[in-house]
Design a protein around this ligand. Sequence first.
Ligand code: SAH
Ligand code: SF4
Length: 347
Amino acid sequence: MNKQAIYNLNREELYNWGKDNGISSFYAEKIWLNLYRFRVQDFDEFEGLKPEIIEKLKASFFITKLETELVQKSDDGTMKFLFRLKDDSLIETVVMNHNFGRSVCVTTQLGCNIGCSFCASGLMPKNRDLEVAEILAQIMTVNKKLMADSEEIISHVVVMGIGEPFDNYDNLMKFLSIISDDKGLAIAKRQITVSTSGIVPKILEFANEKIRVNMAISLHAPNNEIRSKLMRINKTYPLEELFDAIHKYIEITKKRVTFEYILIRDLNDSLDEARELLELIKPLGKNAYVNLIPYNPVSELEYERSRDEDIDKFFEFLIQNKVRCVLRREHGGEIEAACGQLRSNAI
Ligand code: SAH
Ligand code: SF4
């Protein structure tokens, strides 16, 4: 029999497997706790289980392990991992330190089909979706390394690595249910954020999910003309449709939405564009939160980071107009922590 990746199962599926194999929910829960509460990565080291249960586990499953190809650490403590999957593909995972804890940025696909013109991931057409186990194993592997170094483990998760999470929707939702399960990793839903390029039907589906985590929208432009140049998905889902969906999302979830806005020199960073952005998000009031991110240049592309004075003017304009806004401290800029760049340099 082909063994399955145990990280592909949510708690209910594990209990069902237990039932089919004569294992009570009491013991199935112990398996779950070993996996996610105690984060044990070898069935032989699972505690509180009879040997025959361990044997059954070993006969049916394996625990996904990622081979660490490379780790880079920057001065602010940001760590970037390059992991090798069992089919030899490479993925990247970034760990950032904040004053409120430690967050991990996970990859959901090999490459990305959305093909935004400024993004290194968009240079790599999607090869395949990652399995739930492969997304989850990024967190489990990083936590193991942090624990080995006696460091604080992951408290926040951002789904902002390579790939469009809403293009791997079912696996994304299962991943979210596993990491937020209160008997397991128990990562608080308010500490989880999924970033999307703006796939309108999925935004509406996401709004109606039982699992409610934060959503960020990669906006990057205040009008269709600029946005379509940067993100061809804007031709399929232009700003009018995107904002319609966002209004509905807020109505249903009562959650605020984060807008990511990368500042690219002479492209989207003038005061005119700041004004347009203000008009666009004004109707959302306190439910809009803007993350300004100076563009991180990609060697194959000609886009440049905005000048510091333009970044400051843009930011100050929004603040003066009472927009909730942060200028994102750069994490690991010098190790090229922004999307896709380590991977595309290493291969
Ligand atoms: N596909 C999803 C999530 C992954 S990208 C999305 O697009 O939202 C995560 C964020 O990094 C997005 O806001 C993306 O636009 C941004 N990004 C991509 N390349 C970048 C770069 N070179 N510099 C700064 N931000 C970048
Ligand atoms: Fe894909 Fe996001 Fe990069 Fe666009 S910005 S190519 S959606 S990873």
